[in-house]
Design a protein around this ligand. Structure first.
Ligand SMILES: [Zn+2]
Length: 396
């Protein structure tokens, strides 16, 4: 067992605290569940939330893309993006009050912010959304090349940090995104080949095309080639094999190397946005930045260059490994930069009894996990919260 104390971070939504009482919820998280930290959502996700232990509402209907705090300015200076604020946000202290209460009881507070995956802003400002090769604006995603989007991302981060003085920031979706990320009730039963999905996820807005031109390629010419390919390919049945991930050599060779050149050209657009957000947070006193483990294979989908993301981050989350292969975490560890902390993300279906969970988490800790993340508090049943607490010797 590791000698030092580890991290146990539970995700939560602000209403989890306010509906149950902020102090009572924090006491449950600290004493019953054994948490060292909470990571609180700052932007809404569309969905029907079943809240099994919430005393005020058994269900909550999420407002897509709505801020879960009151911004100090709306829009922020330097951007036209005016963000909706969720109806549950009753006061300027709605989120900041939770942060202050965390400090009082010695729980770390992390802001959990989702950036370019925002259908509400996409619908309100379609000119800032990703534009595919066919000229279609995908309203679920903002393009990270758009200066107004970048200003919004930096400003919302700074505002959150000044309001809440968080210990940590968990950066989510500050990049290009897989083409179907943010779909709400997708009506798309016809399967699409993995390679075509990759192409559909490319942005060909004027700024992204200009970035390709600046890198020495003909961005508009490449867009036309991709459009011609997709018009021919999308109507047909792709077959089972084409649904498997497109192999790297296929991406390298595609369109005479132009696809790879386009992906490389846009990589700095996404990665620099991530770095700018992290820098804003650090400038406001945030001590640790968390990322989902950036894998080389995902770079074609997000544009994020793993080595730069790791330099800009202090903690990375990775899926909980299979029960018979906790040593896989050692491989993951070796991929991180020295000094980074690795958090294994425990999914809700793994939280049955405390005893089984404790064994599983101890094996992960021995294999190199510095701590764990747990699913949003409000979505768990009370017995699961207790089971997590009974497994706390795995991190304390
Ligand atoms: Zn773009």
């Amino acid at each position: 067992m590791a000698a030092t104390s580890g991290i146990a971070s539970m995700y939560a939504f602000p209403w989890d605290f306010h509906d149950e009482g902020v102090e009572k919820t924090l006491a449950t998280l600290a004493d019953k569940a054994g948490m060292t930290e909470v990571a609180v959502a700052c932007v809404g996700i569309a969905g029907t939330y079943f809240l099994p232990h919430n005393p005020k509402r058994m269900f909550y209907f999420g407002e897509e893309g709505a801020l879960l705090f009151k911004p100090s300015a709306n829009p922020y200076q330097g951007t036209r993006l005016t963000a909706p604020v969720a109806g549950v946000v009753e006061s300027a202290e709605y989120l900041a009050g939770i942060a202050a209460a965390c400090r009082e009881v010695g729980l770390e507070f992390t802001i959990w912010m989702r950036y370019c995956d925002n259908p509400a802003l996409g619908r309100a400002f379609p000119e800032y959304t990703r534009q595919d090769a066919l000229g279609i604006h995908h309203l679920s995603q903002l393009c990270p090349a758009e200066p107004d989007v970048r200003v919004f991302c930096r400003e919302v981060t700074g505002d959150l940090c000044r309001q809440c003085a968080p210990d940590g920031l968990h950066i989510e979706a500050a990049s290009f995104l897989p083409y179907d990320r943010g779909f709400i009730h997708p009506a798309a039963p016809a399967p699409i080949a993995s390679f075509d999905r990759l192409l559909l996820g490319l942005c060909f807005c004027p700024l992204c095309v200009a970035a390709a031109d600046a890198a020495g390629m003909d961005g508009e010419g490449f867009r036309r080639r991709v459009a011609t390919y997709l018009r021919e390919s999308l109507p047909g049945d792709p077959g089972q094999e084409a649904l498997l991930p497109a192999p790297p050599e296929m991406i390298t060779a595609a369109f005479d190397g132009e696809l790879l050149a386009y992906l490389n050209a846009r990589s700095d657009v996404a990665t620099s946005l991530y770095e700018e957000i992290a820098a804003v947070a650090r400038g406001e006193g945030v001590r640790h930045v968390r990322t989902s483990l950036p894998l080389p294979g995902e770079m074609a989908l997000t544009g994020l260059e793993p080595s730069r993301v790791l330099v800009a981050s202090d903690r990375a989350t990775a899926p909980l490994p299979d029960p018979d292969a906790p040593e896989r975490l050692q491989d993951t560890r070796s991929y991180l930069r020295p000094g980074m902390l690795l958090l294994a993300a425990v999914p809700p279906e793994e939280i049955g009894t405390g005893e089984a969970l404790r064994e599983r988490l101890h094996a992960c800790r021995d294999a190199g996990a510095d701590g764990f993340t747990f699913p949003p508090y409000g979505l768990l049943r009370e017995h699961q919260v207790r089971a997590i607490g009974e497994a706390r010797s795995a991190w304390i």
